[in-house]
Design a protein around this ligand. Structure first.
Ligand code: PEP
Ligand code: MG
Length: 314
């Protein structure tokens, strides 16, 4: 029955009682964007720009970057695309951006931190995104990865708004989650990256398969950080989405919506199961499931508690 509902789901994202939740796709390049545009999504919640340049030794010119970005934006005219500036470093080294020889690259100069030593790199990328947005007419929002402080968010937002685009930051460092209300004073939206937020909250390498019990977004400590962030968004009246793998888990998606997430962005393959799960559940059941999961003391308990609430209230 769940499979039939999933196959039939055709958007837009809503709970059973009509609360809108944007269901969005994560994309990496023009090909994945073209494929995602065929799915019943309201746009792209995460365009990982660094994946376009993993094989490049030299920084592409502004004109070339604009062409690459426009190819991703074009299929989404009339919808929204959230472009993430280069998340270079650690698990995604980009030759022209990242530093070699860091002892601990996951905690090193990665993501937005690269802009401190090389602001031109960020400014040129923003120029290219603005050109692509203008050329395609697609509603384009821009966000920065690996933001840890309010000052970083403020600096980034200033550069993005100077180009007439909406500015946001990812919440994937616990400090940004704990200060989400202050970060939100600086930006138009937040997007929670649960992959890195889990890695940094649990001090457990996301690539280490031996640590999978720790790198589990159902860890109650991670759920708490997500809840703090979503609640800050609710109070500020600004969108807070989730774009990590957690958003692709239909059960967790319902919990995230119960916490106040306003959008969920995921691999295109997960769009229909997640959309169908939301469409089968009332918002108050999601809220109770979120409370139950937050009260658990381990991931298994959190899953079981959420499942029990949703089975009872639906
Ligand atoms: C995340 O960290 O959850 C995220 C969405 O970004 P990435 O997986 O690209 O680091
Ligand atoms: Mg990340």
């Amino acid at each position: 029955q769940a499979r039939a509902a999933s196959a039939a789901w055709c958007g837009p994202g809503r709970t059973r009682d009509g609360k809108p939740v944007k269901v969005l796709a994560n994309v990496a390049d023009a090909a994945s964007a073209a494929a995602a545009a065929e799915a019943p999504v309201e746009g792209v919640g995460l365009f990982r720009t660094e994946l376009c340049f993993l094989d490049r030794a030299e920084e592409p010119s502004v004109a070339e970057q604009a062409e690459v970005y426009a190819a991703v934006l074009a299929p989404f005219v009339g919808r929204t695309v959230v472009v993430r500036t280069l998340d270079a470093g650690s698990d995604k080294p980009v030759a022209f951006a990242t530093l070699d020889g860091e002892e601990n690259p996951a905690l090193g100069v990665r993501g937005l931190r690269l802009a401190a030593g090389n602001p031109g790199l960020l400014d040129r990328q923003l120029d290219a995104v603005a050109l692509a947005a203008e050329r395609t007419g697609t509603d384009t929002w821009v966000m920065a990865p690996m933001v840890a402080t309010v000052a970083e968010a403020a600096d980034f937002a200033g550069r993005v708004r100077a180009r007439g685009l909406r500015a946001g930051v990812m919440v994937e460092v616990p400090s940004a989650a704990l200060l989400a209300h202050r970060v939100l004073e600086q930006v138009d939206f937040l997007s929670i990256g649960t992959n890195d937020l889990t890695q940094y909250a649990m001090a457990a390498d996301r690539m280490a398969s031996d640590l999978a019990h720790l790198t589990d977004p159902w860890q109650p400590a991670v759920l708490q950080l997500i809840a703090i962030t979503a609640e800050a968004g609710r109070r500020a009246g600004k969108p807070v989405g989730v774009c990590g793998e957690a958003a692709a888990d239909p059960l967790l998606a319902q919990v995230l919506v119960g916490m106040g997430a306003t959008s969920l962005s995921m691999a295109a393959a997960a769009v229909r199961p997640v959309g169908a799960a939301l469409g089968g559940t009332h918002l108050d059941a999601c809220e109770e499931a979120a409370e139950a999961a937050l009260a658990a003391s381990d991931p298994a308990g959190a899953r079981a508690a959420a499942r029990a609430v949703l089975a009872e209230l639906g």
